[in-house]
Design a protein around this ligand. Structure first.
Ligand code: 13P
Length: 250
């Protein structure tokens, strides 16, 4: 049995003052959650949110990590900085990073290795664009992204990683993948992990769905056998909505 993991991806939302308000409201609402609960917050919120969540069941994550330890990498953030601030998780290769900031499978791979070396828990994002799905290339695209992300990553390290399947056409559009599409594609991604690392690691790996997941569709998505949780954008910005999703995940 895989334990569900629900992670909020706040993206570029919430100043520290706003983060405090949201997390303070969220803490009591999710305290009896049966799943792992993570909030991936902007860098400037990490230390504050980690402090607010200390001793609670909410873990804190970042939304990016540099592949280098330190040095001349303007605008990047190191593993040591994230850890000292209190992050445990880190999202890597989100489609918005790929689309707007030149992230590639190669850079995703380098960032993933850096997170793993430093004991941060990675959430690696993969997912096809609308034209890929319409062209029948969903599996090909997801396979390329998974194989690229995990290149030369050991089985032990792969076992520490969460994958988020986020079809790009479902992100922020209000258009969710159907339960069947989510289940089928995540099942396919699991089969790729199995090819790479064997059945034991594939069966234990948690693979989330992301893309307009909300209080209305969480129950039926989470009822799919392959769906091990969610990576939630818009609906993670309101305490009631995110708490509903967390409490629906068993
Ligand atoms: P939305 O839930 O806003 O569609 O965003 C999904 C996402 O990109 C999470 O990483």
């Amino acid at each position: 049995m895989r334990k569900a993991i629900i992670a909020g991806n706040w993206k570029m939302n919430k100043t520290a003052a706003e983060a405090k308000e949201l997390v303070t409201a969220l803490l009591p609402k999710v305290k009896n959650a049966k799943c792992d609960v993570v909030v991936c917050v902007p860098f400037t919120d990490i230390a504050l949110v980690a402090e607010l969540c200390r001793g609670s069941n909410i873990k804190v994550g970042a939304q990016n990590i540099a592949w280098a330890d330190n040095g001349a990498f303007t605008g990047e953030i190191s593993a040591a900085m994230l850890k000292e601030a209190g992050a445990e998780y880190v999202i890597i290769g989100h489609s918005e990073r790929r689309q707007y900031f030149g992230e590639t499978d190669k850079s995703v791979n380098a960032r993933l290795k850096q997170a793993l070396i430093n004991g941060l828990k990675p959430i690696v994002c993969v997912g096809e664009k609308l034209e890929d799905r319409e062209g029948g290339n969903t599996e090909k695209v997801c396979k390329t992204q998974v194989v690229g992300a995990f290149e030369t990553v050991s089985a032990d390290d792969a076992a520490k990683t969460v994958i988020a399947y986020e079809p790009v056409w479902a992100i922020g559009t209000g258009k969710t993948a159907t339960d069947e599409q989510a289940n089928e594609t995540i099942g396919y991604i699991r089969s790729v992990v199995k090819e790479l690392y064997g059945a034991k690691i594939a069966d234990a790996m948690r693979i989330q769905y992301g893309g307009s997941m909300n209080a209305k569709n969480v129950d039926s998505l989470m009822a799919q056998p392959e769906v091990d949780g969610g990576l939630i954008g818009g609906a993670s910005l309101k305490a009631d909505d995110f708490a509903y999703i967390v409490n629906a995940a068993k």
